[in-house]
Design a protein around this ligand. Structure first.
Ligand SMILES: [Zn+2]
Length: 67
């Protein structure tokens, strides 16, 4: 099946990606339990994308847009 307009992982050619959650918590292990230090939001510019197949972090600039 031809997937026009879909980009592939530059490393393994797989076509599906995962992203990190937009928000994550920073925890410290204090006195035998986890304490939440802070919750950070990641803005869209810093969104990191990972290949679902090989797990490589994908640089958007490496993705070739079909012409
Ligand atoms: Zn890959």
């Amino acid at each position: 099946m031809k997937r026009i307009g879909k980009n592939k992982c530059p490393k393994c050619g797989f076509g599906f990606f995962d992203n990190e959650p937009n928000q994550y918590q920073i925890l410290e292990f204090i006195d035998g339990k986890f304490e939440e230090v802070k919750t950070e939001g990641i803005n869209k510019r810093d969104l990191r994308i990972f290949c679902r197949d090989c797990g490589s972090e994908i640089d958007e600039k490496e993705l070739k847009i079909p012409t």
